[in-house]
Ligand binder design. Structure first.
Ligand SMILES: Nc1ncnc2c1ncn2[C@@H]1O[C@H](COP(=O)(O)OP(=O)(O)OP(=O)(O)O)[C@@H](O)[C@H]1O
Ligand SMILES: [Mg+2]
Length: 410
């Protein structure tokens, strides 16, 4: 059994499933004692396409983390990708019930329930409500209204909705792996926890995660997640282009890309000294880093052009004050920042640093971010069936509200 003070996170990525197990320290850091990784054959472009294979991958990554830590895992927090996620802003309004007009926790529960009332298409469901601020008798910007006096209590909330099918496949796979779900955490929130400073989140920043099957664009400002978009292109496409261009198999292309790949030909060596074996031939051929780069650059440019279009759709024709932070596996590629700066026409682009608790491998950064996020905010995102009341196990709704507020308004 996992002792209460251990936290477990699972990130079901397109290339791999990663599991992290950590012990929170009183100073707010986490002692990572178990890590597990397994190729995820059942996921394509961020979407689970084969339940059995995904379950196998989760089980094997969980077992690896268990072996490393010497602990049995029975429950975990799960990272939720921005794919098929929509953020809706909504307000809830209630009258304060107490005769003396003091606001109590049950008023908050009622106002949060009121904010849930939105017209949703049949194929979507609410996964959480994040309160942004409370308004008491017209006075806004209130973080904690309990104990205040008022007649009318309003909440300005962000409703996180997901497509039912994609969410349920993820939950089902985790459950079928024998793991109970403590809660769901938006991947963008987990990533922002370790990749962005509070100042950046305040000023306005794009956090861009370029993974193997997807690219996620999250825009933060005023300390809050404001917009989220995902498109199904990532490092896999770069590998496929390289494989086709050099006529080599996918796995050879993947290895070459990681070892010698550069997004910017001018930064790549021109001397042909990398050996490759083309498909259907036994002869070895020598290629240069620059030749590899000539197949990589167009796709990387295309990814940033799409990113730029998404930014424009979010209302940004120029970059926000804190610019762009790149993360995800593809952000490790040489020359990526240079290409991003060219396409986005700004120098305000950097890659996220990652070194937490001695874990430097960026492959684990989402899952480690998730553990830090949970430690700070203890979110409980219970998925509810339509028309049912929120479960009241775990921390009460007010505790959740406080936790979310700490994150959203800090
Ligand atoms: N050093 C590197 N240079 C270039 N590409 C790299 C490097 N390291 C990893 N990648 C690429 O990053 C991708 C994997 O990134 P990541 O682990 O963030 O994806 P994922 O989380 O599994 O996928 P997704 O988030 O899309 O579901 C792969 O395409 C991999 O080839
Ligand atoms: Mg990922």
């Amino acid at each position: 059994m996992v002792r209460k003070n251990f936290l477990v996170g699972i990130d079901v990525g397109t290339s791999e499933v990663r599991v992290g197990l950590g012990e929170p320290r009183p100073d707010g850091t986490i002692n990572i004692i178990g890590l597990g990784l397994s190729p995820s054959d059942g996921v394509r472009k961020g979407v689970i396409v084969d339940l059995d294979k995904t379950v196998e991958s989760i089980v094997s990554a969980v077992e690896e983390a268990e072996r490393m830590a010497g602990i049995k895992i029975d429950s975990a927090y799960v990272a939720l990708k921005g794919l098929n996620i929509e953020l809706i802003n909504n307000r809830g309004v209630v009258a304060v019930t107490a005769e003396d007009r003091e606001i109590h926790e049950d008023d908050l529960e009622r106002v949060m329930q009121a904010a849930r009332v939105v017209a949703l298409p049949m194929d979507r469901e609410i996964v959480d409500i994040i309160p942004r601020e409370f308004i008491v008798d017209g006075f806004d910007g209130i973080r904690d209204p309990v104990g205040m006096l008022g007649v009318r209590l309003e909440v300005d909330a962000q409703i996180v909705t997901s497509l039912i099918t994609s969410l349920h496949n993820l939950l089902r796979c985790v459950n079928r792996s024998g793991i109970n779900i403590n809660g769901l955490v938006l991947q963008a929130m987990a990533n922002s926890e370790i990749s962005l400073s509070p100042d950046e989140k305040d000023l306005g920043v794009f956090l861009i995660d370029i993974g193997s099957g997807t690219t996620e664009i999250a825009f933060f400002q005023q300390g809050k997640l404001q917009k989220l978009a995902v498109f199904p292109i990532g490092g896999d496409h770069i590998t496929t282009d390289l494989a086709a261009g050099l006529r080599i198999n996918y796995y050879a292309a993947e290895d070459l890309k990681k070892e010698y790949g550069s997004a910017q030909p001018s930064l790549a060596e021109s001397e042909p000294k990398i050996e490759i074996k083309t498909v259907g031939s036994n002869e070895l051929r020598l290629v240069s880093e620059r030749e590899l780069s000539s197949f990589i650059e167009p796709r990387v440019e295309e990814i940033f052009q799409i990113i730029r279009e998404e930014m424009v759709k979010m209302g940004w024709t120029y970059l926000p004050p804190a610019g762009v932070v790149l993360r995800g596996g593809v952000a490790s590629m040489k020359g990526i920042v240079e290409v991003a700066r060219l396409v986005l026409e700004s120098d305000q682009v950097r890659t996220a640093d990652f070194n937490l608790g001695g874990i430097k491998n960026p492959v684990y950064s989402t899952v480690v971010g998730l553990l830090y996020y949970v430690q700070q905010h203890q979110p409980r995102m219970h998925v509810q069936e339509r028309g049912k009341q929120a479960k009241k196990d775990g921390p009460g709704l007010w505790q959740r509200i406080k936790d979310w507020l700490a994150d959203i308004i800090d």
